[in-house]
Design a protein around this ligand. Structure first.
Ligand code: SF4
Ligand code: MSK
Length: 627
């Protein structure tokens, strides 16, 4: 029988809680992954199609069986179409998340969202001005209403381009214009992508992929960027704060509530309720010493960034932490929530709560949050969680928490540098920092949990490359101890000197999945300061353990923005060498960047270092040889 105890995770809490799950006869993501073996080879190569009901169809990669589907679509068309639909789904997910935030902003403006408010008026005014909203001598709520309306227009089709595209360096905008990939409307590009991939529409694999670039850009410079900006306006711009990470953030003697998903709209209300005296008194009456809020995945990242709330784990830890028996309630919103977790919770006392009108799960109670009832709902749920505390049975919290620092927004990074990115440019020019890599994305049971994320990060900082991270990688790296100032001891001499003088760790936590746009803004600031395009910078992206459609879309908008991006697991495209070649070579001529796929993080580190040194040389900076 499959026994992955030695292989599932590099983390202590992951391994121990996996053993606990098996002792409790709980089925986990690793067990189900094993049960799926061998996974379908046609699907793995992107060669199966079920776009229409003449199918399903598949193309034989060995040339012996059918070479076209019933409609005549060949391998190139089928592979491209499948990839395009992944990108559309990823863009839709981030962008719909952004839309939900715009609706909260609109409700705040019209006085229909008690409990929410404008927390950063300066940012509201800055963003509103970018949208052409008059800000002089106008009330913040009036501005917020106008900004919400203007953002809603970005979702539709009335404009030639999405407003925030104008933030990109002028040279990059010219690249997009030339390639015909400037995104026009957020929903429009996703809708067009789905239209083009319907049977009998766009059957040119190249033009399909060009639209996929435009669709991904509508996410990166549209939906995701709106999500991050409105979150900052409503909940505050993050600033560096100490926090704790791993399953040890759960407290044996306190009511533990874990929030999971992506959108901070619910979790922010819950965090507010957790500090109310009424709730604390109730918790004490039930025998607890307090109320402890913790996060997993990106809802957790949102709270960590702004409030320093502890993080119990990343994607592959979400089932395992329930096995601690210490989670009195898990509250979920949407995205990356495995439908298994309601069933896992049945083995323990945990109350499972879903909150979004668009995301329900088996084994969960549904309590729908809307801007007008969110505050009240948060208190109701908290009462339920507290009432559940005495129902605990065995509690097993196998590790002590690890310290970390999170909350590096671009505003705080540039602020710490004296209001300009120039000091960062200077240390890059001097070669103390060779360049920077954004490591982002998920976990995937195809890879030992956190192994690729952490190994790649370690190798890069050792070689004087600054790492910024988001999403589930950010939690992996915090657990590995890379996010305390003392972590400079793991960095190369140049990076150690720079981070030491600034008092920052060599790996900076930039937030959640939608916050990858903070990385876009960082590279934009660097490109503008140097007077070059993003594709000229000694920077790169990486998603060493990606699994989700959203991660594909992030990778595509990074590449389309000029950032060469490494992927760990191979996407399902190997059925078409034309598609593979376009993504790994051909895009260089179109957008000045490409994808590279390398599951081994040691080899990936060498690739990324070589890429950075090549870019340094092209900029006329000193370049090291890498072998
Ligand atoms: Fe088969 Fe073509 Fe229909 Fe796809 S679109 S299922 S290849 S007939
Ligand atoms: S939660 S998309 S597993 S990073 Fe954003 Fe983590 Fe990936 Fe989900």
């Amino acid at each position: 029988m499959f026994d992955p105890r030695e292989t599932i995770s590099i983390t202590d809490d992951g391994r121990r809680l996996f053993e606990k799950a098996h002792k409790d006869n709980v089925e986990t993501v690793w067990d189900r992954h094993e049960a799926q073996q061998p996974q379908c080879g046609f699907c793995d190569m992107g060669l199966s199609c079920r776009v229409c009901n003449m199918g399903p169809c598949r193309v034989d990669p060995f040339g012996e069986g059918p070479q076209a589907g019933v409609c005549g679509a060949d391998a190139d068309i089928i592979v491209a179409r499948n990839l395009c639909r992944m990108i559309a789904a990823g863009a839709a997910s981030h962008s719909d998340h952004g839309r939900d935030l715009v609706e909260v902003l609109e409700s705040v403006a019209s006085g229909k969202a008690p409990g929410y408010k404008i927390r950063d008026e300066a940012k509201l005014r800055r963003v509103a001005a970018e949208y052409g909203v008059a800000v002089e001598d106008r009330d913040a709520l009036v501005i917020a209403g106008d900004l919400a309306q203007a953002m809603m227009e970005d979702y539709g089709m009335r404009q030639k381009k999405i407003t925030l595209v104008s933030r990109a360096p002028a040279k990059r905008q010219a690249v997009w214009e030339k390639a015909g990939i400037t995104p026009r409307g957020i929903d429009r590009e996703t809708s067009e992508m789905m239209h083009r991939t319907h049977m009998g529409v766009d059957n040119n694999w190249v033009t399909l992929l060009v639209q996929a670039l435009r669709n991904a850009l509508s996410d990166g410079w549209g939906g995701s960027m709106i999500a991050t900006e409105v979150s900052d306006i409503l909940f505050g711009v993050p600033s560096p704060k100490p926090t704790m990470v791993n399953a040890g953030v759960l407290k044996k003697d306190q009511v533990n509530i874990v929030v999971h998903g992506h959108n901070p709209v619910v979790s922010e209300m819950v965090s507010k309720a957790c500090i109310s005296k009424e709730m604390l008194d109730l918790a004490k009456a039930k025998g607890a010493t307090g109320i402890n809020l913790a996060g997993v995945c990106c809802t957790g990242n949102e709270l960590l960034m702004r409030r320093g709330i502890g993080m119990a784990g990343n994607h592959l830890m979400t089932e395992l932490i329930l096995g601690t028996g210490a989670v009195d309630m898990m509250i979920v919103d949407y995205q990356c929530i495995m439908p298994s977790i309601g069933k896992v919770a049945e083995c323990y006392h945990t109350k499972m709560i879903s909150t979004s009108d668009k995301a329900q799960f088996p084994g969960m109670e549904h309590h729908e949050f809307h801007p007008d009832n969110a505050e009240e709902k948060a208190f109701d749920l908290l009462k339920m969680a507290i009432e559940n505390f005495p129902n605990r049975k065995e509690v097993y919290i196998p590790v002590e928490p690890q310290e970390a620092v999170g909350g590096f927004s671009i505003e705080t990074i540039v602020g710490a540098l004296g209001g300009t990115p120039d000091p960062l440019i200077d240390v890059i020019k001097a070669g103390k920092i060779r360049g920077a890599v954004g490591i982002v994305g998920c976990n995937n049971p195809k890879i030992k949990h956190d192994y690729a994320n952490v190994t790649l990060t370690r190798r890069l900082i050792e070689n004087d490359i600054l790492v910024v991270d988001t999403g589930c990688v950010a939690i992996a790296n915090a657990k590995a101890g890379f996010k305390v100032p003392a972590a400079i001891e793991m960095a190369g001499p140049g990076l150690k000197e720079v981070c030491g003088s600034l008092g920052i760790p060599p790996v900076l936590h930039l937030g959640s999945c939608v916050d990858n746009v903070r990385i876009l803004m960082l590279v934009t600031a660097l490109a503008n300061a140097l007077g070059v395009d993003i594709s000229d910078l000694p920077v790169a992206g990486s998603a060493p353990e990606w699994y989700s459609e959203k991660a594909v879309t992030i990778g595509v908008y990074c590449v389309a923005s000029g950032v060469t991006t490494h992927l760990g697991p191979m996407p399902p495209i190997t059925g078409s060498m034309n598609v593979v070649k376009l993504l790994t070579e051909g895009l260089e001529d179109v957008v000045g960047a490409t994808f590279a796929v390398e599951p081994d993080p040691e080899k990936a580190a060498v690739f990324l270092r070589k890429h950075i040194e090549k870019k340094r040389k092209a900029l006329g900076l000193d370049a090291r040889s890498v072998s």
